[in-house]
Ligand binder design. Sequence first.
Ligand SMILES: [Zn+2]
Ligand SMILES: [Zn+2]
Length: 436
Amino acid sequence: MLERGTIPRQEPTIQVGLVLPEDHQTDLTLTFPHPEDYSLDPRDQSLTGSITISTDDEQLFLEDVAYPEIQIRHRVSNNNHLVTLDRVIAGRGFHWQKWIPVTVAGDLIVRPFNGSLIVINRLSVEDYLMSVATSEMGADCPSALIEAQTIVARSWLLAAAEQKHADLGMDVCNDDCCQRYQGSAHITAHSRKGVEVTRGQVLLIDGEICDARYSKSCGGMTESFTHIWPGTAQSCFQVFSDTPAEDRIIADLTNDVRFEEWIAHPPKSFCSPSFIPEDQLGAYLGHVDESGHYFRWKTTFSQDELTNLINAKLGIEAQTILSLKPENRGGSGRLNRLSIVYESDHQIQTITINSEYEIRRVLHPGFLYSSAFIVETDDQHPPSRFTLRGAGWGHGAGLCQIGALGMALAGYDARSIVEHYYPGAELTTIYTKEIL
Ligand SMILES: [Zn+2]
Ligand SMILES: [Zn+2]
């Protein structure tokens, strides 16, 4: 397992969770194009082209024999060893969630956990990053974007600041909760090169690896770290307009009136359609994303839709929603506090939501693109319609992926892209290829 605060001096091995307890998966079929490249533990079973593992409660079953754990290890470290899992979840918990088959390099560890399976993929960091680079965005991306994305993904991983699944023995999971990792199916010579030329490169800030958070689109202004996550932030997370330096805009979007003006009159930023037309994003974004408008978007609810949604998400019994009140905006206009005023049992009540993530979870049947929005209602009392007009996709702190694409298409190299999004961080090589 990776350790927070430690800078590795040689390439580490990591443990990626492919199947998590919340997936409630009780069986799994593994297919091996080259079974001779693998060994199976338990050793009383032989590995054929395909095996199916299932669980009832506390044990695993393989060929009707019960085991507490099953490990599949590759035999030859430099071989192109691959194993295919018949299905894992992509987009876990989001509205685009789907089951996809994945083919991965490295070892697999399968364990029972409260009636379902967990599956861990153990592999080298650089093999993992090769898949992340293309899973996070389409393989047709410009080299500078793949290189920048890889540096950022490596930094975030090795900073190991979040470790959301450490209790399950996982450094990261395979999805947007950590970093999207969809195995080797999309690895191309192009993405392989993007990883190889940045091998061992991370961003350092004040002697530490940069906890390089990123999101899909900042919407034109990046967000501060502490507005999204409690605690202390590294100094490379700042609020600035996602524009060329000469067009930099100083705007106080914490103010509702200025934010509304800014939503209506978008700046010419790297993530805006002026750098990358939205109908061309599909060619570059990863294949499980919905196509749509991310830089500026609009979502409308009828009174009934909003009431039912909020009741379901918050477990309250509102009869009517009277208003959605923005309470606290960060530098990009993102809300981290919002009050919902509603009527229940002929009484007016207020419930306050206190995080950017929770606001996005509550105000959409799936997940709202971002919490940078203004609320518009019609003139009726109570309103019959609520429209959210918003900017960006994701939390907006650190690198903006669509903006980084805009920069790469405009000719910026990977170093310029990461230095733009993490001001003050230093690009450094912490390990190189081992000579065996
Ligand atoms: Zn995760
Ligand atoms: Zn941006």
